[in-house]
Design a protein around this ligand. Structure first.
Ligand SMILES: [Zn+2]
Length: 268
């Protein structure tokens, strides 16, 4: 029997916050600290779990009280969303790899750099456009190489690398030079870390944070470049995005050397 089947018999379909294991209120916690400090809140969470079986890259635990599923790898325990147990089973049961041709394209696009705050170490994320069987196209897709299943809320609904039929740079993907520039942006006010860029015709635009894509009806993302001008908050150019588009995450297996796909910030 698969380690992912069973369960719904012991808990509600959509478990709410569980007093015993923290399911529904905690997304991830440090498993090692929870083991060392049984009197702490996370220590209590850990003690309420029963080992359920081995899965790809980790172990699966379940809570006797709510039926919540937890994936444990290295030092981390992650709550698995109940509506994606089928996805986790497929993730665990098959290799999630790119073909050599698609990996080569991903390498040329380059993955998001680790930013100046150190964010982005846990996965290697390559923005692109992806087509799956049946011809459905995801124009804003990210291949996310990682050791764990896609439990993160921002990656929902997630898909798997094994679904990919075609992978190409895509019209919304920002060029490497812009992604390297935005990874160096610093917050100047809460939630605002601007980078000044310009279009091929010299129009200034501002990007907040370090996104993979630019969603513009007016300008081609691929033809933007970092601006040499200094950012002036009193003469703020328009935002680069003028519409919203959902990003689709395709989870792939981490492998030795995958971090070489990351773009790097040049030393000053
Ligand atoms: Zn529970």
């Amino acid at each position: 029997m698969s380690v992912f089947t069973h369960i719904a018999t012991t808990g509600p379909e959509q478990p709410g916050a569980c007093e015993m294991c923290g399911y529904g209120r905690t997304i991830t916690y440090n498993w090692r600290i929870a083991g060392k400090e049984p009197e702490s809140q996370v220590g209590g969470y850990r003690q309420s779990l029963e080992h359920f079986g081995a899965t790809k890259n980790g172990e699966l635990y379940t809570c006797n009280s709510c039926g919540g599923r937890w994936f444990v790898y290295e030092r981390t325990a992650c709550a698995l969303p109940v509506h994606q147990l089928d996805l986790f089973e497929r993730w665990s049961g098959a290799d999630q790899v790119l073909t050599p041709k698609h990996l080569d394209i991903a390498r040329k696009i380059g993955a998001r750099p680790i930013d100046v705050y150190g964010n982005g170490k846990r996965s290697v994320d390559v923005p692109c456009e992806i087509e799956i069987a049946g011809g459905e196209v995801f124009p804003a897709a990210v291949v996310s190489f990682q050791k764990y299943p896609p439990y993160e809320p921002y990656k929902q609904p997630a898909r798997l690398a094994s679904e990919i039929v075609d992978l190409r740079p895509g019209k919304y993907t920002l060029p490497a030079s812009v992604r390297i520039a935005t990874a160096q942006s610093r917050e100047i006010s809460y939630g605002f870390a601007p980078t000044l860029i310009e279009t091929n015709s010299g129009h200034p635009l501002v990007i907040n944070g370090s996104p993979h894509f630019m969603f513009s009806t007016k300008y081609a993302a691929a033809k933007t470049r970092p601006s040499a001008k200094a950012f002036d908050r009193y003469k703020m150019p328009p935002a680069a995005d003028d519409f919203e588009q959902e990003t689709a995450y395709f989870v792939a297996d981490w492998f030795d050397g995958v971090e070489d796909l990351r773009l790097t910030i040049p030393r000053q």
